[in-house]
Design a protein around this ligand. Structure first.
Ligand code: ATP
Ligand code: MG
Length: 423
């Protein structure tokens, strides 16, 4: 019986992995330039960490977590997102002195028990970043400008930035009460989830996707009308800096995000080409979470971009990743294979992609394979060439052919591929 992968868990095949690698390298370069250091966090955490940070009335905690007991009976959860772990690490290592700013970036898999469909999987990858210790609106603007830059450099244009502010602990309760009253008068028109959440967490209804809820919410009180003066100023600062930097945005007062820990600025980058799962990245400020998880009061902000969704956009964008290049050593017959085997090792050691057939095949099928492998050069050695210690070198892009001595293959390839003299 064949064993298949778990539903919603994907194999990333080489062609796709090349796109991912391209995205990751641009991500690390761009965020490195903006001063974000890389962090690698564990995939498993105590369940309590997510329950406390993400919030009890969220979809993630209520129905999407992969939770199980380990052999000693402790409840563990495969991380559904990166922020909780990052905050846990920040508090645990008290990374940085009190007044210091810490900036981190990460890439890795997340796990959510959702209904698998295009752009929505049970294991998916996020490229994320978090900043601790800076409450200024400059920090919010920096992150958004940097993200816009990242999308541009990775070759994705036309994402739309949606922006909102959720206020703070001082002003949000007023809004929450108003919204709660408004929704309580209309509970019979809400979906089951929203109805249940109105008493504890009425804001959840704002981004409910059910048409009936959307209709109710469309005329609900608007959060920006309830911001206090400091929150209004903060939001105005962010939008002013974005405008000055030429980053376009749209204010979306229904965007509250699916996690409870956000405050003030929240944002999403949307891409129409993605269809129903159109959010390619999202994030926001979470000024209270560090203290709630036992750290000292520390303002913070972060985002996460979905790798699979971004890769779909990159793959459809112009300038797909370059072919792999290198050389196919095309050995016709056993003696030629034997002779080219050590040459392959020398080429690989020199950092040149070198492929060699270990089984005897016809020239025609080897050339076809070389074409599929996307090599730049083909080096052909048959019995006659072998006798003369020579090879025929063909440039696949021009069709030009020349003869090289076998002893000259490595320096010749180095020169042609790396563009430098061998010494
Ligand atoms: P959505 O509204 O699509 O469910 P979300 O608000 O749950 O997204 P976040 O928790 O903010 O998403 O995660 C940030 C990004 O991670 C999303 O914008 C999306 O690109 C990606 N993402 C989230 N869940 C999944 C998933 N199940 N499969 C693939 N990508 C995902
Ligand atoms: Mg979700």
């Amino acid at each position: 019986m064949k064993i298949a992968a778990i539903k919603g868990f994907n194999d990333i095949l080489p062609e796709q992995a090349a796109v991912w690698r391209h995205i990751e390298s641009v991500f690390h370069r761009v965020l490195g330039a903006w001063g974000y250091g890389e962090i690698r966090l564990p995939l498993l955490e105590y369940t309590e960490l997510f329950a406390r940070s993400i919030g009890g009335e969220t979809d993630i905690v209520e129905k999407e977590m992969y939770t199980f007991s380990d052999r000693s009976g402790r409840s563990l959860t495969l991380r559904p997102e990166g922020t909780a772990s990052m905050v846990r690490a920040w508090v645990q290592h008290t990374l940085g002195a009190p007044a210091e700013v810490g900036k981190f970036r990460y890439v890795g898999p997340m796990f959510r028990y959702e209904r698998p469909q295009k752009g929505r999987y049970r294991q998916f990858y996020q490229l994320g970043a978090e900043v601790f210790g800076d409450e200024s609106f400059y920090q919010d603007a920096e992150m958004l400008i940097m993200l816009a830059r990242f999308f541009h450099e990775v070759g994705v244009e036309g994402t739309k930035l949606h922006l909102n502010s959720l206020g703070c602990q001082a002003c949000r309760p007023h809004y929450r009460d108003e919204l709660q009253h408004f929704l309580a008068d209309r509970v019979d028109r809400l979906c089951d989830d929203c109805r249940r959440r109105v008493p504890q967490n009425p804001l959840r209804a704002l981004d409910c996707k059910q048409p009936a809820c959307r209709e109710v919410v469309a005329v609900a009180p608007r959060i920006l009308d309830y911001l206090d003066a400091p929150c209004r100023e903060h939001f105005a600062g962010v939008t002013r800096l974005l405008t000055a930097a030429g980053v376009e945005y749209e204010i979306d007062q229904f965007m509250v995000r699916g996690l409870d820990y956000y405050s003030r600025t929240t944002f999403e980058f949307l891409a129409g080409e993605l269809g129903a799962q159109n959010a390619v990245g999202a994030g926001g400020r979470y000024d209270n979470l560090v203290a709630e998880l036992g750290g000292r009061e520390t303002p913070a902000i972060g985002f996460a971009v979905g790798m699979e969704r971004l890769a779909m956009l990159v793959a459809t964008a112009a300038g797909a990743p370059p072919t792999e290049g290198g050389v196919a050593l095309t050995a016709l017959g056993a003696p030629a294979i034997e002779r080219l085997f050590p040459l392959q090792q020398e080429l690989c050691a020199a950092g040149i992609r070198a492929l060699l057939n270990y089984r005897e095949k016809s020239l025609k099928s080897l050339l076809k394979k070389a074409d599929r492998d996307g090599v730049r050069y083909v080096l052909i050695v048959g019995d006659q060439e072998l006798e003369r210690e020579e090879a025929t070198l063909r440039d696949m892009s021009t069709g030009e052919q020349r003869t090289v001595l076998l002893t000259e293959v490595v320096p010749t390839m180095r020169r042609m591929i790396h563009g430098r003299q061998d010494n």
